[in-house]
Ligand binder design. Structure first.
Ligand code: ADP
Ligand code: MG
Length: 235
């Protein structure tokens, strides 16, 4: 189970022209590991996540998730694949203001047509895993920024995804809360065997990742991991 992006190029329309957002990007994210993606604003990080999430079809290249080549899949099948295998955490927590933390999670099961009753113990277990079990009945306005991101992460894991895509989860948090969130994402990725891409502009958070890739003007370069880590990944 993994996420494999191969030779991805993506352009956006810009008047009569096109902007090149991703330039021949190849990235292989194994299950149970975190690849951090860094790069300046406008370099293509969010575009890379949108392509990996199958929300945007690239001009060329392939996105393979759990061995399934997503290019050319019909829309309905893609939507189902996203619901069942991809967890997305956006920069803004976009929780529903009127729902409690637990209800945010239940909603994911409901969208997927599953029993919401079954979703309660599952949701509680996930809130517990992110340290939010005591706040299950709180609405977003009664949570701090870091707590909202925890609920957000739990929600993204609700349908047991094999791919977890996280876009700048710490941008609204102070350093300490930011580190806690990145450590949480790393721990959960290993425990739940998700192939995780974590976009961040904060280089001090990179120590927790298994690998680091840098994007500049849509081009990706992988920074080699330390030797010890390479060995443990090979085992
Ligand atoms: P990052 O997340 O690294 O800040 P983005 O992926 O958002 O970068 O953007 C990469 C480039 O693509 C930028 O030049 C941006 O202006 C452009 N871009 C992003 N989204 C769109 C869009 N929907 N339409 C046109 N251009 C876009
Ligand atoms: Mg972005």
């Amino acid at each position: 189970m993994s996420l494999i992006l191969t030779d991805i190029s993506l352009t956006y329309a810009d008047g009569d022209d096109r902007v090149l957002a991703l330039d021949d990007v190849t990235l292989d994210v194994p299950a149970g590991s975190v690849t951090a993606v860094v790069g300046p604003s406008g370099s293509g990080k969010s575009s890379l996540l949108a392509v990996a999430a199958t929300l945007i079809a690239p001009d060329s290249g392939s996105v393979v998730i759990d061995g399934i080549d997503t290019s050319g899949l019909p829309r309905a099948r893609l939507a189902e694949l996203r619901r069942r295998t991809i967890g997305i955490v956006f920069q803004q927590s976009n929780l529903v203001p009127s729902l409690t933390a637990l209800e945010q999670l239940q909603m994911m099961a409901w969208i997927d047509g599953r029993s919401t009753r079954e979703a309660v113990p599952r949701g509680m277990a996930l809130l517990d895993a992110v340290g939010m079990a005591d706040h299950a009945d709180r609405r977003p306005h009664a949570l701090s920024g870091g707590q909202r991101q925890r609920v957000n992460i739990a929600r993204a894991l609700m349908n047991d995804p094999t791919v977890l895509l996280v876009d700048e989860p710490t941008s609204a948090l102070d350093q300490e809360r930011g580190e806690e969130i990145v450590d949480l994402i790393t721990r959960l990725s290993r425990e739940r065997h998700t192939a995780t891409i974590l976009v961040t502009h904060d280089r001090s958070l990179l120590a927790a990742a298994d690998r680091v890739a840098e994007v500049h003007d849509g081009r990706l370069s992988t920074v080699p991991p330390p030797p010890l880590l390479t060995q443990s990944l090979r085992q």
